[in-house]
Design a protein around this ligand. Structure first.
Ligand code: KG4
Ligand code: ZN
Length: 323
């Protein structure tokens, strides 16, 4: 029976493929991170990402099928990230998906990466049912969402400048930590005092967020310290900076939930892996850490609830860079 969904994700610097069944059980999920390749540049280099995706996409898909003990003949639909992301990177996954769909006579489902993050909440063993109010915080986006059904969402607020993950990454760079910086700050913050520095949380109207002022405040704090002082205070800076980001996110999510009247709140995206954010929202729904950052199980999950496109309709699909 053809009922499995193959997901493919290549929007940034992870080459990922996964097999999910109709009930949202993840049969396999392979994520090949290129983070090491980009680390020495302090961020993702698009051309390097595309080239690496090209090398990895076929073996990663093969490994996902193998791990799930599945063959192409078992796949009922292929979900692939269409955007937003790096267009060159997206095109590698999209082209691979088209080729497989064509070869296997399988319908294709173009998936929006952000809807994919939300769809992690619909995976087994404990799928969340809408309605709920959701914070999506990743390296590229920070959105406050009202989710009424599994096919999409309404945007209540978004960041006016940097995404929360970007704020973590840029903060980490200012502190001399590695890339990607979110997990590094998370780790270092555990050794620091979150009240040591008072960083501002921007107040912007409505449900929007802003992180650029916070980043500048960290820059000034770092500049005021000598090398030796910075070495001593680095953990305090990380803890205080993280506290400010978490406070802003938690405040926005609660305010939005008050407006929607939803009893259920959820957090998805790479930043939802943050330990302080998870601790600050004990009643919110989070997914396991492996599903917070980019993966393909989320794309396969979203593909279960979207319309599929038959051959040859999908051949004309193009990638898109931004929402
Ligand atoms: O969702 P994701 O994997 O990719 C995008 O769609 O952007 O998110 C990546 C972001 C990066 O900015 C990374 O620093 C951040 O998620 N991140 C974290 C943590 N783990 C990953 N931020 C804070 N704390 C973490 N533990
Ligand atoms: Zn993402």
């Amino acid at each position: 029976m053809r009922e499995l969904v193959l997901g493919i994700e290549t929007s940034c610097d992870e080459t990922a493929a996964a097999v999910v069944d109709h009930d949202g059980i993840v049969l396999s999920s392979i994520v090949a991170s290129q983070a090491d390749l980009h680390a020495r540049y302090g961020g993702v280099v698009p051309e390097i990402a595309s080239r690496r995706h090209l090398e990895l996409v076929a073996p990663v898909i093969r490994a996902a099928l193998e791990d799930a003990s599945a063959e192409l003949g078992d796949i009922g639909r292929i979900g692939v990230t269409q955007g937003p992301g790096l267009v060159g990177a997206l095109l590698v996954g999209l082209s691979a998906a088209k080729a497989l769909a064509w070869a296997g006579g399988i319908p294709l489902v173009p998936v929006d990466h952000l809807r994919g993050h939300v769809a992690t909440l619909y995976l087994a063993p404990d799928p969340l049912a809408p309605p709920f109010t959701c914070l999506l915080a990743s390296g590229g986006h920070t959105l406050v969402l009202s989710v009424r059904d599994r096919t999409g969402y309404d945007v209540l607020g978004s960041t006016l400048d940097d995404a929360a993950g970007e704020a973590f990454d840029k903060g980490a760079r200012l502190l001399g930590l590695g890339y990607p910086g979110g997990a590094e700050i998370d780790r270092l913050a555990r050794e620091g005092d979150p009240e040591a520095f008072s960083f501002p949380v921007a107040r912007v109207p409505g449900h929007d967020l802003s992180f650029s002022g916070l980043k500048t405040a960290l820059l000034y704090a770092v500049r005021d310290l000598s090398e030796a002082e910075l070495a001593v205070r680095r953990a305090d800076l990380a803890a205080s900076y993280q506290r400010a980001i978490v406070r802003a996110l938690v405040g926005r999510l609660h305010a939005a939930a008050r407006e929607t009247g939803d009893g259920t709140i959820a957090v998805v995206g790479g930043v939802s892996a943050n330990s302080e954010l998870r601790a600050a929202l004990p009643d919110a729904r989070f997914v396991p850490l492996s599903l917070c950052t980019d993966n393909a199980a989320m794309i396969a999950s979203a593909a279960r609830f979207a319309r599929s496109i038959e051959s040859p309709g999908y051949l004309g699909l193009d990638a898109y860079a931004s929402v």
